[in-house]
Design a protein around this ligand. Structure first.
Ligand code: AMP
Ligand code: GLY
Length: 426
């Protein structure tokens, strides 16, 4: 069969890599793809936001399954457009994707259906929002309602910071319409984890739990990024906790959506924090994580295409999802300056030597081919992933591979997996 993957980052390279392993698949296209993706797929120059062009391409090229990586096209309704045109596509509908596309929608759903999350209020008036911040005091968290490329949540340690965030969102309109409403919520303490499940609206199957590293520098210092590394399974999520998360968060969320008349098909990504009161939801995403997918998908034993097709047809209960009894660690190599401004076009060497190592897969994020050479083309450049028998071995192997790869100004964290390594129960 012919498959189209929408997107061009590390997550999409992982999807293409996994889809290519399916004996059913004869040809993969990626829009727009990157240098690494072009090893397994034909890259086409259509952007993920060009939904009509993507549907035209799928129709003309007899694509039998389209898989969407990023949230942007899902939130504006790529799934609805494809389905109206009779094209099979994996992902949530526009209504279902509101779980990620509107924090107000997600928070109100959680409140109405008793799904554990931080207490909150919604504001459109800056004066009322500021009054609330002064009454509650810091620390406190201010979030723009809509998509803001990972920059819409401000964890304010002082009242001044929180007020500044409100002014940026509601008065200066830094995020445009995405900041027309803000959620102000209670500050929670605990270890974070990413729990992702696959859902066809009826059957919900969690994947191995994972943990991201959002800050730019070691020891969780510095600015927030898209994610500097991930590992799976995350030992903070014990079997018992996973059961609790499944019954108190994942299942009730899909059921709450169904109660509203919305079938939740696709990936349900719960960004969780383990508080003294138990796991609580920080956010929902409606797609695979990046870089979490780069640790989670290499651990999946089953054929991903079978699973994605089963979800489209609402038959997930008939397809068991098997995982390898191994651990995976992904170290992100980023451009100098990321998440701030950075230069592109720096030559990357050592990829072949690193890839030849046992248990290593290199997922490309911001790369492109230039005159026969692979060069940097984004903030996050590569996700170097190691699969091994446990987290400690995977961490060592991933860093051995990272050391073989060079580009000018390469920046990566040296402590990916530190929380797992600090646990005694490994
Ligand atoms: P979000 O985009 O909502 O996931 O927020 C981004 C990051 O901000 C999270 O990964 C947390 O590290 C932090 N964060 C969000 N909400 C809270 C909260 N209520 N309490 C503490 N930290 C939070
Ligand atoms: N790693 C965070 C995300 O995918 O949103």
């Amino acid at each position: 069969m012919r498959v189209l993957v929408v997107g061009g980052g590390g997550r999409e390279h992982t999807l293409v890599w996994k889809i290519a392993q399916s004996p059913k698949v004869e040809k993969i296209y990626a829009a727009p793809g990157n240098a690494g993706i072009s090893q397994n797929a034909e890259c086409i120059s259509i952007q993920p936001t060009q939904i009509d062009e993507l549907a035209d391409f799928a129709e003309t090229n007899e694509i039998e399954l389209t898989v969407v990586g990023p949230e942007g096209p899902l939130v504006v309704g790529i799934v609805d457009t494809f389905q109206t045109r009779g094209l099979k596509i994996f992902g949530p509908s526009k209504q279902a994707a509101r779980l990620e596309g509107s924090k107000v929608f997600a928070k109100e759903l959680m409140r109405d259906y008793g799904i554990p999350t931080a207490g909150f209020e919604v504001f459109t008036s800056p004066d009322k929002a500021i009054g609330y911040i002064k009454a509650k005091g810091a620390p406190i968290v201010v979030k723009a309602d809509g998509l803001a490329a990972g920059k819409g949540a401000v964890v304010a340690m002082t009242e001044e910071e929180a007020i500044e965030a409100v002014e940026k969102m509601l008065v200066e309109k830094t995020f445009g319409e995405a900041g027309d409403k803000v959620v102000i919520e209670e500050y929670l303490r605990g270890e974070e984890a990413s729990v992702l499940a696959l859902s066809d609206g009826e059957t919900i199957v969690p994947l191995v739990p994972s943990q991201d590293h959002k800050r730019a520098f070691d020891g969780d210092q510095g600015p927030n990024t898209g994610g500097m590394g991930a590992y799976a399974p995350a030992p903070v999520i014990t079997k018992k906790l996973m059961q609790e998360i499944n019954s108190s968060i994942l299942q009730p969320t899909v059921e709450a959506m169904a109660d509203k008349g919305i079938t939740y098909k696709g990936v349900l990504y719960a960004g969780l924090i383990m508080t003294a009161q138990g796991p609580q939801v920080l956010e929902f995403n409606c797609r695979f994580g990046d870089p979490e997918s780069q640790a989670q998908l290499p651990l999946m034993k089953s054929d991903l295409v079978d699973i994605l097709l089963a979800i489209c047809d609402q038959k997930l209960k008939d397809v068991p999802i098997e995982e390898k009894n191994k651990a995976a660690v992904c170290v992100v190599m980023a451009s100098e300056g990321y998440p701030g401004a950075y230069e592109k076009g720096r030559e990357i060497t050592g990829l072949k030597e690193a890839e030849e190592m046992e248990g290593i897969v290199i997922f490309h994020a911001g790369t492109k081919m230039e005159k026969g050479k692979v060069v940097t083309n984004g903030g996050r450049v590569l996700g170097v992933t190691a699969v091994a028998d446990g987290i400690p071995a995977a961490v060592n192997r991933a860093y051995q591979a990272v050391e073989r790869i060079r580009f000018q100004g390469a920046h990566y964290r040296r402590d990916i997996g530190f929380r797992a390594l600090a646990r005694e129960n490994l």
